[in-house]
Ligand binder design. Sequence first.
Ligand code: CU
Ligand code: CU
Length: 378
Amino acid sequence: MGLVKKLQSLALLGVALQGLAFDFDFPQADIDSGRALQQLGETARDAALARLEASPSSTCTKESVRMRKEWRNIPGEERKAYVKAVECLMESPNVYPNVTGPKSMFDSFGVLHYYLTPYVHNSAYFLLFHRLYIWTYEEKLRTLCGYTGAFPYWEWGLDAGGVEKSPVFDGSETSMGSNGEYVENPGNPFFGRGTGGGCVKEGPFKNYTVNFGPNTSRTPLVPNPRCLKRDLNTQICAQWASLRNTTETIIESPDIALFQANLQGDYRWPEARKWGFAVHGGGHFSIGGDPGGDFYFSPLEPAFYLHHGQIDRMYFIWQNLDWENRQTMAGTITMMDMPPSRNGTLDDVLDIKPVGGSYTFRQLLDTVGGSPFCFVYE
Ligand code: CU
Ligand code: CU
């Protein structure tokens, strides 16, 4: 990088770190290699565990707290058990009445996301909604399907050298299934195309049937059975979801408004424009395909939950680097404030019945608060 840019980013770093509960001054090489992110992650985890030790609750203690892990740090047998549990969710009954396409509890999560999409992206609710959403999914894996292992996340930046080789997507029996078959396709006008595009060709979820969607259909909730398609895209991963972007998004975001804007590449904030599609879009479009590339139905792609695990991990790290000052919400209750709407508040209620429960957003701030959460990221 050029000297001017380097000076700029150093200056930004200096500003961002002032007033933080923890002080960091990372060399660029450590930011790029992931060492800095690892250190931030450990500091955040230790801070959360110290808080838990100081004030445990009846529903969350140091003994009962769960540790979420990066996919490749989970033993092979446990990864296989995770895949089995997801397959079990795909066989458990759908809980939405009056829809013909969704066939399973796994599908019900897709319906919920479809209904709430206009309110939970580029809005005040983005981070806390997705936190509750993936936790509820984890709970279903446990209560309906007996999963007892760690809930996984996917650190995209580790695969910026080749998403196809990722332990998440290499097609082995301990992966989440392979890339899609290479097929000729024009790609996306914004994202170009990856190295697949067709049906997942080997490994887990090769035989999974996507039951409904896409969002562009006039009747997205009626049956439309088809294969799971992926179009893995290393270029997108390297450009927008690198270890550097992930780390700098955390350390260059002094408040929640800017953090969520930087994470989503929300162009309404001038500071957020340099992130392009940002880590959120970068992770989604590193997978791409159908339904992975569908804004409304991306949760019908089983790897969605690993991607959003990493988004929630970033939020967890960011919060716990300055917990006292980072229990706030910003933004309105509609996507990009369209149509214009009021500000969201922590006393608003998030009701995700019939898939899950009903909580105030305030209850969702603390992952070790015990009402309902009790987890940290390794
Ligand atoms: Cu979403
Ligand atoms: Cu997303």
